[in-house]
Write a protein that binds this ligand. Structure first.
Ligand code: SF4
Length: 344
C-alpha cells in the first residue's frame, strides 16, 4: 500500500532498488535511484534540495511523487528530556512518536498504525479503534522528521507506539528494510525492537524474516484468565501456545525474547503471579521487563506500589529469570507506554 496525495505517491515508501527502476523508466541512469534514496534519508522536504539531480528528473519526480514527511502538530518536552511529537500525515491522520535519551544512545518509539483494534483494556491507543494502518514511508517519515526537529542522531528504533505492528506486517517489514539500508539512514537490525501483543502466526514469520531484529511480547499476565481480562487477543491465542512459540523463536533465532509485563495493582502483581511467571520462563532465553503501569485517565487501573514491584522482581530473580524494571520516561507528558493517542 502506498499513501497518495493529489494522486501522487509517497516516495519515502520506495527502496533504493525500486527508485533505480523508477528513474530508469524515466530515461535516467539507475544510479540516480541511490542518490535520491540518500537525499531522502537526510530528511529533505523538497525535490529541489536534491542538488545533484538534473532538473528534468526533478520535474518528472514532482509530477508523480511527493515527499511524505509528516507535519508536526504539537511538540511536548518532558523534564527528563523525552520529546513527544503529534504528527499529521497528508490525509489529516495523526499519530504520536516519542524521542528518548538513554546512556547507550538516542531512541525513537514510532507508531505503526493510527489507533489500534486490539482493545487492550489498559491502553489509550485503542480507545477509538483503528483508523488506518501506516505505510512504510509514513513509519520512515516519523524517524526522519524527528532527526530534523531534534538535530540529534537516532540509533535505536522501537516499534512500540500506537498500533499492533504485526497487524500491518507487510508495511512493517518494508519499513525495517528501508531504515536498515546502509544507502539510507542505516540502523542496524539489532538496534531495532518490534513489540507485539502476541499474534502467533506472525511471530513465526518474523523469526524467519528478521532473525536479527529484537522481539518484545506484551505478556502482562501469567495465565489465560488474567490475560483475557487485559488483552482480548488472549482469547484467540492461548497463553501456553504463546510460550511455546516464543521458545521456538529463541531456538530458531538464537535470540532472547523480552516479555513486557505492566504491573497493575491487584490484577497481575501477586506473589502467585510472579511464581507462575517464573515457572513458565525458567531455563530458556526469556527476559522480563517490568513496567510500572502508566496511568490512563479513562482507565480504572492503578499502578502497583514500589515495594510490591520490588518483591515481584526478586521472586523472578531468585528463580533465575533475567529481569529489569523499565525506567519510565515522559510520564509527565503522557508519552510513556500505553499512553499514546491519535491527537488531542
Ligand atoms: S497495547 Fe499495543 S496492541 Fe494493545 S491496544 Fe495498545 S497499541 Fe494496541
Amino acid at each position: 500500500m502506498l499513501s497518495s496525495y493529489e494522486d501522487k505517491l509517497n516516495i519515502l515508501s520506495f527502496s533504493h532498488t525500486e527508485l533505480s527502476e523508477i528513474v530508469a523508466s524515466l530515461g535516467e541512469k539507475p544510479f540516480r535511484g541511490r542518490q535520491i534514496f540518500g537525499w531522502l534519508a537526510k530528511g529533505v522536504e523538497t525535490f529541489e534540495e536534491m542538488t545533484n539531480l538534473p532538473s528534468r528528473l526533478i520535474k518528472s519526480l514532482k509530477e508523480h511523487y511527493f515527499i511524505g514527511l509528516p507535519d508536526v502538530e504539537k511538540t511536548q518536552k518532558s523534564k527528563d528530556g523525552t520529546i513527544k511529537c503529534l504528527y499529521e500525515f497528508d490525509d489529516a491522520v495523526r499519530v504520536e512518536a516519542v524521542f528518548m535519551k538513554y546512556s547507550y544512545g538516542n531512541s525513537l518509539c514510532i507508531s505503526s498504525q493510527a489507533g489500534c483494534k486490539m482493545g487492550c483494556t489498559f491502553c489509550a491507543s485503542t480507545m477509538n479503534g483503528l483508523e488506518r494502518s501506516l505505510t512504510s514511508g509514513e513509519m520512515l517519515g516519523q524517524v526522519l522528521k524527528m532527526v530534523k526537529i531534534t538535530g540529534e542522531d537516532i540509533r535505536h528504533i522501537v516499534v512500540m507506539g500506537m498500533g499492533e505492528p504485526f497487524d500491518n506486517y507487510d508495511e512493517l517489514s518494508k519499513f525495517l528494510k528501508l531504515i536498515h539500508d546502509e544507502n539510507g539512514y542505516g540502523i542496524g537490525y539489532r538496534n531495532i525492537t518490534v513489540s507485539t501483543c502476541g499474534i502467533i502466526p506472525a511471530i513465526n514469520r518474523f523469526a524467519e524474516d528478521f532473525p536479527q531484529v529484537n522481539l518484545a511480547i506484551s505478556l502482562h499476565a501469567s495465565n489465560d484468565e488474567v490475560r483475557r481480562k487485559l488483552m482480548p487477543i488472549a482469547s484467540i491465542y492461548k497463553f501456553d501456545d504463546l510460550i511455546d512459540v516464543s521458545k521456538s523463536y529463541t531456538v530458531k533465532t538464537g535470540r532472547r525474547i523480552t516479555f513486557e509485563y505492566s504491573l497493575i495493582k491487584g490484577v497481575n502483581d501477586s506473589v502467585e503471579d510472579a511464581e507462575r511467571l517464573a515457572k513458565y520462563l525458567k531455563g530458556w532465553l526469556a527476559h522480563v521487563n517490568l513496567i510500572p503501569l502508566n496511568k490512563v485517565k479513562e482507565r480504572k487501573y492503578e499502578a502497583t506500589g514500589e515495594n510490591t514491584i520490588r518483591t515481584f522482581k526478586e521472586i523472578l530473580e531468585i528463580r533465575g529469570i533475567p529481569v529489569t524494571i523499565r525506567r519510565t520516561l515522559g510520564n509527565d507528558i503522557d508519552a510513556a507506554c500505553g499512553q499514546l493517542r491519535r491527537g488531542r
